[in-house]
Write a protein that binds this ligand. Sequence first.
Ligand code: MN
Length: 499
Amino acid sequence: MYKNSQIWFVTGAQLLYGGDAVVAVDAHSTEMVKGLNDSGNLPLKVVYKGTVNSSAEVAKTFSDANNDPTCVGVITWMHTFSPAKMWIHGLKDYHKPLLHLHTQYNEKIPWNTMDMDFMNLNQSAHGDREFGFITSRLRKPRKIVVGYWKDKSTQEKIAVWMRVCVAWADSQNMRIIRFGDNMNNVAVTDGDKVEAEIRLGYHVDNAPIATLVPYVDAVTEAEIDALIAEYAKIYDFADDCKPGAEKHQFVRDAAAQEIGLRRFLEEKGAKAFTTSFDELEGMKQLMGFASQRLMAEGYGFGAEGDWKTAALVRTMWVMGQGLPGGQSFLEDYTLNFDGANSSILQAHMLEINPEIAGNRPRIEVHFLGIGDARTCARLVFQAHSGEGIAATVIDMGNRFRMIVNKVKVIDPQPLPKLPVACALWIPQPDFEVGAGAWIIAGGTHHSSFSYSLKVEHLEDYAEIADIELLTIDEKTTVQDFKKEIRTNEVYYLLNKALQ
Ligand code: MN
């Protein structure tokens, strides 16, 4: 995915300064792009697409970027002054992510040698402001990165955006399969699927669970044997689940579900799915174990028909590729009031990604007394401690709102009577403000959690998608958070009226 994607680098200039300047701008740009690629700090290759000096050249470059499937974003930088009327048509038509890099070829002012020729050539200081005006005037979403191009901190900001570009491209042809609808009249997990496809790119399809059953039934005993052998390498088995023991057959049934579900999703070209514990006709158990396994492979997952979270779990998994950590679907389960350590137990009946496990997961089989879930296999573990983010997207009626909360995962105590995977976290800045702000914002009880990503990744995502973003972090106060929401209400109402 990262190997097949690239970022284009386009330098802005004009012909006013003569042929020597054109040659110098081109040489500097080539050197800068090579430097960025050689830094080892960027997850994608940067390709220099030349210097643009006219409206026709800008339009052609952005049109090519739109039409090249390997191009997932464009970086622009103004070496000289580049009159911005020439950027209007190209920028208007361009519909992929944009990063405006405010940097300069030379790091320091050459005090002793600087003359007017030098000044005419090195004009990023005001050229980037002219470009900033037209992108603002066009209300064009973009990330602005300010910093010297050789600095690691500058490159790291570009790297974050690059990951988001890959995830954004991935979501533009993401198909999500729902096995059953949103469950039991739950409101927050539902929303406008048409608007989601327009705004966020992904497509949500329904599939009756009956269409999956033949895929599970067709799995052979030999295929199950092979998978059980794989489980034995990476998981422990509870005594009653070991081969030959009384509950082992439930594990084999879960393995068949994993193989059948994977095959089904591959055939449909789906990258994410949702399940429903009320719709299990023809299935021997709820596909919780299979969901855990497929999430670890990068399939987005949402429980109870939660397609927005399924999409976000997939998108955040793509963003985090190659980074240490992991992501998972999680649900706010139970509160633990304990002073400064007040926290929220995150779990679900089954479906937590073993990527976030702090211990070796154990396969257990238990009866699940909800809906039609029946007796189910599951991976039981506790998430390790560490910093992470939890995110969700809700439908506010006139816009999608993304809510991101920094969280501190702490060690839970053993839960001998609750055999599910879990995490325990303190929302930032603390339990009271973090949980309060999330509820004021209308956030879901489901979230997409990541150890690998920072708030900045989702800031970049919300910017590209042009959706509302509310961040809850160590600086959040309830008073300011409420003000921000009220301001946003006005902004989105007016924004709609102006379109
Ligand atoms: Mn749930």
